[in-house]
Design a protein around this ligand. Sequence first.
Ligand SMILES: [Fe+2]
Length: 236
Amino acid sequence: MPGAVPGPAGQQSLLSLWATPLGVHRWARAQELNPLLARVLGSLRAVSQPQPAPFFASEDDLLERIRLPEWQDFVRFVVDSLHATVAQANRAAWPQPAPALQVHLRGMWFQVANQGASHDVHTHGNCSWSGVYCVQVDEDSVRVADPLLGERNGVTRFYGPYFPHLGGAHADLGNAYLQSAHVDIAPLPGQLIVFPSWLAHQAMAYRGERDRIIVSFNASVHAAQGGDRLRGYAAA
Ligand SMILES: [Fe+2]
């Protein structure tokens, strides 16, 4: 591993290993798309949930169910954003020049929340990358003014790889670096977060004047030609 070899005697180095990649993107045409998408998703929800409840999650078949040109442009933006983040995250792992890619969206769905509804901690399976796009939420000044939920109203909370190591709750100055084990990303209409599917996350409780509407997806990423495996298994 580059950097793992000690330097000359008397010198020291620090390896900061296993960073968590997370891409943040903004859809330039969100103001055009989001109101339209909110209406379309509202119609789809009404079919499955005629009596609105505080929480709704659709089936993961949005790619087959929505046929608008604005939607097709949005899906291209999602694929391009995935491509960019995945290429950056794998720059050191892939052979160079980087291989041509096929990005496969393995399912896309939407969720609607209000009245304090949340989505508990989870990861996504059968994929390597996932994402969440914010369609609608209260303006920040309104959102954080909720007397009970405050700043965390409707945020997406990501739990980093250090989180499980907080078991036992030993905390001193020596492990202060462990203690920022989660990060909250505020919902912002038009913002897309692309994250590794293994990364535990949670939609925190939301309460607002407008429903919190998000579109989520799973994806796998493959070489356009040949196999995906970079290394063979060593012979025993
Ligand atoms: Fe999720």
